[in-house]
Design a protein around this ligand. Structure first.
Ligand code: NDP
Length: 389
C-alpha cells in the first residue's frame, strides 16, 4: 500500500541538521511535500535549498534580506517571505511534520507555534526545551502534538525506552564522545582557539553545538533535555564518555538489562528515524562494521576539567528558572568565544556567575521564559565585558 504524501516544514533549513533533513527528503521525493524552509541570513543557501526540494515558501528571519531573497527566487514560483514573525507563521502553517532545527533560543517561539498545531514536531533545537521544557511539554500535551527527539542521544533513548512501563527503568545513560579536548590538560585548554573548538573528532555539526560539545555543556543541556522528554527523576540520568560514539545512549532496566541504540555517527540516522516514524526508511549512511570497530571504550567524565557538565547537573537538580539562565548565559558566552572575546575556560565561568547573580521564580509562560532569557543575556554580556582575555 502506498503511503499518503506528508507535508513537511524545515525550520533552520540552511544549518547542519536542516541540510541533512533535506538530503533525506530529496532521496524520497515522492513521499514528502515541502511547505516551507526557513533560515536566518543565509539567502543563497535558503534559495538553493528551496529550489532543490521544490518548497512552496522560503522564509528569511532577517527582514532586511527580503529583496535579496525575492531576487534569488525570481521565476521559480517559490514565495519569498521575510521577518521573525514570518518564521513563526511558517511553523504554525500546520505541516504534518516539522523539523525544529533553528539553533538557540531563537527557535523557541517557532517550536511553540509548531507544537500548538497538534501535529508531529521533530526536535533538534535542544535549547528551546532546556529553557522552556515545562511550558513546551504542557503545550504538546494540550494540542496532542507528538514530539520526536532528533538529538542522537535522545533519539536512541526514545528507541529503547518502554513508555508503557517507565517504572521498570532504573536509569538513562547518555553517552558523550568527550569532544576534542578529552585528553587536553587545563593549561592546553586555556589556549584553545575557536577553530580548534569547532573541529569535533567524530560529528560534523554547526559552530555553537560544536563548542558546547568541547566544553561538555552540550551533554549538560542534553541531561536537562532528557529530563523533559522521559518521565524519570533528575537523579536517574547519567553520562558516560564513549569516544567512538557508536552507542548513542542506553536505558537500564530494574532487572539489570541495558538496551542501547547503535549506529554510525551520522545525524541522518536519527533524523530518518523521526522522518519515517513509526515506519523506517533507508539511508545512505555508512553501516556499522562491528568487527572493524572491534572494541568500545567507556570512561567517567572529568567534572574538574569540564565544569560546565557539573554546573548543568546542579541546574537539573535545582530546576525552576535556572535552566533558562544556564542556556541564555551559555549562548552569550559561546558567541563571545567564537568572536575571540572570551577564553574557552571562561564559558562555564560566565554561566556560573550569571546563575549566582540572577534568581527569578520559575517561569509559567513563554513570555516569562523570554524575559528571563533577556535578563540573563544582559547579565552574561556585562560579565563577558569584565572578563579579560
Ligand atoms: P547550524 O548553526 O548549522 O544551523 C542553524 C540554523 O538555524 C540555520 O538554518 C540558521 O540560519 C538558523 N538560525 C540561526 N539563528 C536564527 C535566528 N535568530 N532566527 C531564525 N533562524 C536562525 O546549527 P545545527 O544544525 O548544528 O544545530 C541546530 C540545532 O540542532 C541546535 O539546537 C543544535 O543544538 C541541535 N543539534 C544539532 C546537531 C548537529 O549534528 N548539528 C545534533 C543534535 C542537535 P542561517 O544559516 O541563515 O544562519
Amino acid at each position: 500500500m502506498t503511503q499518503p504524501i506528508r507535508t513537511v516544514t524545515v525550520l533552520g533549513a540552511t544549518g547542519s541538521v536542516g541540510q541533512s533533513t533535506l538530503d533525506l527528503i530529496e532521496r524520497n521525493r515522492g513521499a514528502y511535500e515541502v511547505l516551507a524552509l526557513t533560515a536566518h541570513r543565509d539567502v543563497a543557501g535558503l534559495a538553493a535549498s528551496a529550489v532543490r526540494v521544490g518548497a512552496r515558501q522560503a522564509v528569511i528571519a532577517d527582514s532586511s534580506l527580503y529583496g535579496a531573497l525575492s531576487d534569488a527566487l525570481a521565476g521559480t514560483g517559490i514565495e519569498a517571505i521575510a521577518g521573525e514573525e514570518a518564521v513563526v507563521d511558517a511553523a504554525a502553517a500546520g505541516a504534518d511534520w516539522t523539523m525544529a532545527a533553528i539553533v538557540g533560543t531563537a527557535g523557541l517561539r517557532p517550536v511553540m507555534a509548531a507544537l500548538r498545531q497538534g501535529k508531529t514536531v521533530a526536535l533538534a533545537n535542544k535549547e528551546s526545551l532546556v529553557s522552556a521544557g515545562d511550558v513546551m511539554i504542557a503545550a504538546a500535551r494540550e494540542s496532542g502534538a507528538r514530539l520526536l527527539p532528533v538529538d542522537s542521544e535522545h533519539n536512541a533513548v526514545f528507541q529503547c525506552f518502554d513508555r508503557e512501563r517507565p517504572g521498570a527503568v532504573r536509569r538513562i545513560i547518555l553517552t558523550a564522545s568527550g569532544g576534542p579536548f578529552r585528553r587536553a590538560s587545563i593549561d592546553e585548554m586555556r589556549r584553545v582557539t575557536p577553530a580548534q573548538a569547532v573541529a569535533h573528532p567524530v560529528w560534523a555539526m554547526g559552530a555553537k553545538i560544536s563548542v558546547d560539545s568541547a566544553t561538555l555543556m552540550n551533554k549538560g543541556l542534553e541531561l536537562i533535555e532528557a529530563f523533559h522528554l522521559f518521565p524519570l527523576d533528575a537523579e536517574q540520568f547519567d553520562v558516560v564518555v564513549h569516544p567512538q560514539s557508536v552507542i548513542h545512549s542506553l536505558v537500564e532496566y530494574v532487572d539489570g538489562s541495558f538496551l542501547a541504540q547503535m549506529g554510525s555517527p551520522d545525524m541522518r540516522i536519527p533524523i530518518a528515524h523521526a522522518l519515517a516514524w513509526p515506519s523506517r526508511m533507508e539511508t545512505p549512511c555508512e553501516r556499522l562494521d562491528l568487527v572493524k570497530i572491534s572494541h568500545l571504550d567507556f570512561e567517567a567524565p572529568d567534572l574538574e576539567r569540564f565544569p560546565a557538565l557539573a554546573l548543568a547537573k546542579q541546574v537539573l537538580r535545582e530546576g525552576g528558572a535556572k535552566s533558562a539562565i544556564l542556556n541564555a548565559s551559555n549562548e552569550v558566552a559561546v558567541a563571545s568565544f567564537l568572536d575571540s572575546r572570551l577564553a574557552f575556560l571562561d564559558i562555564a565561568t560566565i554561566a556560573y556567575e550569571t546563575l549566582q547573580e540572577y534568581a527569578p521564580p520559575a517561569p509559567t509562560s513563554i513570555d516569562e521564559v523570554l524575559e528571563i532569557d533577556r535578563q540573563a543575556r544582559r547579565i552574561a554580556r556585562d560579565l563577558v565585558g569584565k572578563c579579560p582575555i
